[in-house]
Ligand binder design. Structure first.
Ligand code: HEM
Ligand SMILES: *[C@@H]1O[C@H](CO)[C@@H](O)[C@H](O)[C@H]1NC(C)=O
Ligand SMILES: *[C@@H]1O[C@H](CO)[C@@H](O)[C@H](O)[C@H]1NC(C)=O
Length: 376
């Protein structure tokens, strides 16, 4: 009788889903194996907590997501912690080379071996988020890699306009600290940055896609006298504004007395910081058209960033489970980006000759001053 019910179930499932071909339903394995195959295809596992996931393994993550929102992100904000949680995923994962010998990739070594990795120059300012994450990491019982990349995806989801990032689950504990000099510095040349990213498996297009993250970014240590200085005028929104503002002609440094620091170049707006690396990548012939193509191209930016982040969070990892459905859905960014008040096309340093610059409106009003990110 049990066998009859099972056969009926498998047959009904195969009939209902065109893509379950006869070949994918094992014919000579045990009943249990058939049931598991059928359940995996159903894509509708209901967890004890009420949510739905494609894989029951992911159920344990729903309460952890709530806990991370409460204990790390002030109940779901796109604030300082969310921004730095995203940055942390990069500084963790990029400790990797496709040729080997540069760390375990997206393994959480930046948390577990914090004493070693936080001493690296490129990890300046990362100590704050490691300190904030460490106790929450211990509470959740996840491995360091699963935690860092889960927190990054959740923090990003708190920012309107962000794509809903994928999340892959099941990383083992990291084995060792990543070596020094894997994380690009803002003082590096475009050639050096492209070479480092290529060594980790990323193209120039993927680098530009990843730099969408600087839409929700601020600097604490480039100029330590003005912590929390944003890279664009909409630091709470994951939009394409940063790609526009990095191309505006720079006029001053944001610090008191118009003084410059290594890694920054002249910025166009009071209270805004422009990284030397962003400025150079926006203007370099190898990357300028990729950069310009992001401007006011919200959907393309979202899908390119999501794809590159998916790749980044599994660097050095194998056999992970897709638990993307535990990640909250971000609020959308609707409409178009604009020139900040008093700016227009005449302030743009166009660097891509092969395609027209997008037409944007200017917001009315006096020249803005960008406020620092609270809590920085
Ligand atoms: C060319 C490569 C990159 C360079 C040179 C670079 C450099 C920097 C620098 C200097 C800061 C400011 C640090 C501080 O003073 O506190 C920063 C912030 C940030 N970066 Fe990058 N970055 C790069 C790529 C990335 C990537 C690939 C991501 C993520 C996918 C990322 C995410 C962020 C975020 C979210 C912040 C803001 C952190 C906060 O506001 O607390 N960056 N980056
Ligand atoms: C760094 O990791 C150690 C465990 O190796 C932990 O005790 C410590 O709290 C961590 N430091 C920070 C700043 O979180
Ligand atoms: C700030 O300093 C730079 C040179 O370091 C200069 O080119 C620029 O005009 C100055 N801006 C203001 C507003 O003083």
């Amino acid at each position: 009788m049990a066998l009859n019910r099972l056969s009926l179930f498998v047959a009904a499932l195969a009939a209902a889903s065109q893509w379950v071909s006869a070949a994918t339903v094992p014919s000579s394995t045990s009943q249990t194996a058939s049931v598991e195959t059928a359940a995996a295809f159903s894509n509708k596992h209901k967890c004890p907590t009420g949510q739905t996931t494609s894989n029951p393994i992911c159920c344990k993550l729903f309460p952890i997501v709530d806990q991370i929102q409460k204990d790390l992100f002030d109940g779901g904000e796109c604030g300082e912690e969310a921004h730095s949680a995203l940055r942390l995923t990069f500084h963790d994962a990029i400790g990797f080379s496709i040729h080997g010998g540069k760390g375990g990739g997206a393994d959480g070594s930046i948390l577990a071996f914090n004493k070693t990795e936080l001493a690296y120059h490129a990890n300046g300012g990362i100590d704050d988020i490691v300190e904030r994450q460490f106790p929450v990491f211990l509470e959740t019982g996840l491995t360091a890699g699963d935690f860092v990349h889960l927190a990054g995806a959740i923090g990003t989801a708190n920012c309107p306009g962000a794509p809903r990032l994928d999340y892959f689950f099941g990383r083992p504990a990291p084995k060792a600290a990543a070596p020094d000099l894997t994380v690009p510095e803002p003082t590096d040349s475009v050639t050096k940055i492209l070479a480092r990213m290529a060594d980790a498996g990323f193209s120039a297009a993927e680098l530009v896609a990843l730099l969408s993250s600087h839409s929700i970014a601020a600097a604490d240590v480039v100029d330590p006298s003005i912590p929390g200085t944003p890279f664009d005028s909409t630091v709470d929104t994951f939009d394409t504004q940063v790609f526009l503002e990095v191309l505006l002609k720079g006029t001053a440094f944001p610090g008191k007395g118009n003084v410059s620091h290594p890694g920054e170049v002249l910025s166009p707006i009071a209270g805004e910081m422009r990284l030397q690396s962003d400025a150079a990548i926006a203007r370099d012939s190898r990357t300028a058209c990729l950069w310009q193509d992001m401007i006011d191209n919200q959907q393309a930016m979202m899908s390119r960033f999501k794809a590159a982040m998916s790749k980044m969070q599994v660097l050095g990892q194998h056999g992970l489970t897709d638990c993307s459905d535990v990640i909250p859905t971000p609020k959308p960014f609707k409409g178009h980006i604009t020139f900040p008040p008093t700016f227009s096309q005449k302030n743009v340093q166009v660097a891509c000759k092969s395609s027209p610059f997008p037409k944007l409106k200017t917001v009315a009003g006096p020249a803005p001053t960008v406020a620092p990110v609270p809590g920085s």
